[in-house]
Write a protein that binds this ligand. Structure first.
Ligand SMILES: Cc1ncc(COP(=O)(O)O)c(C=O)c1O
Length: 393
């Protein structure tokens, strides 16, 4: 069979497009923090990961412009060779301090962090243990390693224990979890995972993509939130959410950072974060640390929406964070719900298999420190009206 046969046979997206319900790759023409414009129409954005609302902060934009002027638009190479800036090194020092770890290593995306780090750490004599709901980058990073990959049902630590017991004691072990699960909004139970990891001499990696800025006394993530930073071996994160930029990092011991710096292929064989993107992260960290009121606003908005949705009768699952999924169930109904909201000026993200299990399609909504009460009230009223029309509530 020809290699392109699968493309000919792939009709799903064309069918949804023909029905006028295709929700992805919407071309945003203009963006103003909590609102975006698509085909000239304003939409309230409740589908971003801009938790701190920093992407349009004048201080952030100034920092980016200053870095453009000083270093130019891009680094045209990997950090390993010609693309390492003093700014990358400075950012690593700041991140190590921020996360409470010895060292940190900055990559060009969060996705590449997982590919490079897990891929390099899991050798033939190792096994990596993944929660089934771990982000795709962790799943893919594990596939790149040469070791064994074992998956346990979401949050099921009894099953994880059995899987750990089944391993030969001499195998190296890494347990990798999301700090906050990106489609559910619930937290990994780090206080329960830590003793388990210790008992089996497994290292523990926590992906803090959705926790930075959001959780912890200074927005320093899930481990800080639970007060267990010293017991977590590796913390990974992305700059594409609260930190208003693009890029990612891993933090841990100097020894592991040194190894990854010289062995993580997605770091060595890919160009480095551009100067403006690094400068944005440095400024965003400064703002997040010095303005705790932003986090308070985020949580105020989050609680308002959780309570509002529950009062209407929506099923929002076990979320504990600004990620609030509206569980709809069937795919077609989810697309219809998305479209009605979109037409009413609300941008949400429909999430369907393989990103979530069959039959648990949802609209992923997420909130920002900068959403206004007026915007959120409109979202609640409109969701209630359309949710009732479509029999979701
Ligand atoms: C849990 C989690 N980890 C990692 C990533 C990857 O981050 P990036 O967008 O920087 O590649 C994401 C992004 O969606 C995520 O949700």
């Amino acid at each position: 069979m020809h290699v392109f046969a699968k493309c000919e046979n792939f009709t799903a997206s064309r069918e949804v497009k023909a029905a006028g319900l295709y929700p992805y790759f919407q071309p945003i023409e203009k963006s103003c923090d909590t609102e975006v414009f698509i085909e000239g129409k304003r939409k309230i954005m409740i589908g971003s990961n801009n938790y701190m609302g920093l992407t349009h902060d004048p201080r952030i934009l100034e920092a980016a412009k200053a870095a453009l002027d000083r270093y130019g638009s891009g680094n045209t190479g990997s950090r390993f060779l010609n693309g390492n800036l003093d700014l990358h090194d400075l950012l690593e020092d700041r991140l190590a301090e921020f996360t409470g770890k010895e060292g940190a290593l900055v990559f060009s995306t969060g996705y590449q962090v997982a590919l490079g780090s897990i891929g390099a750490l899991i050798g033939r004599t190792d096994t990596v243990f993944l929660d089934k709901f771990d982000h795709a980058c962790i799943q893919d990073g594990a596939r790149l390693g040469f070791g064994d990959v074992v998956r346990f049902p979401h949050g099921d630590l009894v099953r994880l224990r059995r899987l750990l017991e089944a391993q030969k004691p001499e195998r190296g072990k890494l347990i990798a979890v999301d700090g906050v699960y990106s489609m559910e909004g619930d937290l990994a139970d780090l206080p329960a995972l830590i003793p388990l990891a210790k008992e089996f001499d497994a290292a523990l990696l926590v992906d803090d993509a959705h926790s930075l800025g959001v959780l912890g006394p200074k927005g320093d993530g899930t481990a800080a939130h639970f007060g267990v930073t010293d017991d977590i071996d590796l913390i990974t994160g992305t700059f594409s959410k609260s930190l208003a930029s693009i890029g990612g990092f891993i933090a841990g011991s100097d020894t592991v950072m040194e190894y990854l710096q010289n062995n993580a292929r997605s770091l060595i064989f890919s160009a480095s974060m551009p100067p403006s993107a690094v400068a944005i992260v440095l400024k965003a960290l400064e703002i997040i640390e010095s303005e705790p009121e932003r986090r308070e606003l985020l949580w105020k908005n989050t609680h308002k929406m959780m309570e509002g949705f529950r009062a209407i009768g929506f099923d929002i699952g076990p979320t504990e964070t600004p990620i609030i999924p509206i569980l709809v169930g069937p795919m077609e109904k989810t697309f219809h719900f998305w479209k009605a909201l979109f037409d009413a000026g609300i941008f949400t993200n429909p999430v369907v298999p393989p990103a979530v299990p069959e039959g648990s399609c949802r609209l992923r909504t997420s909130y920002m420190a900068t959403h206004t009460d007026e915007q959120l009230d409109y979202v609640l009223e409109t969701m209630e009206k359309i949710g009732k029309q479509l029999d979701v509530v």
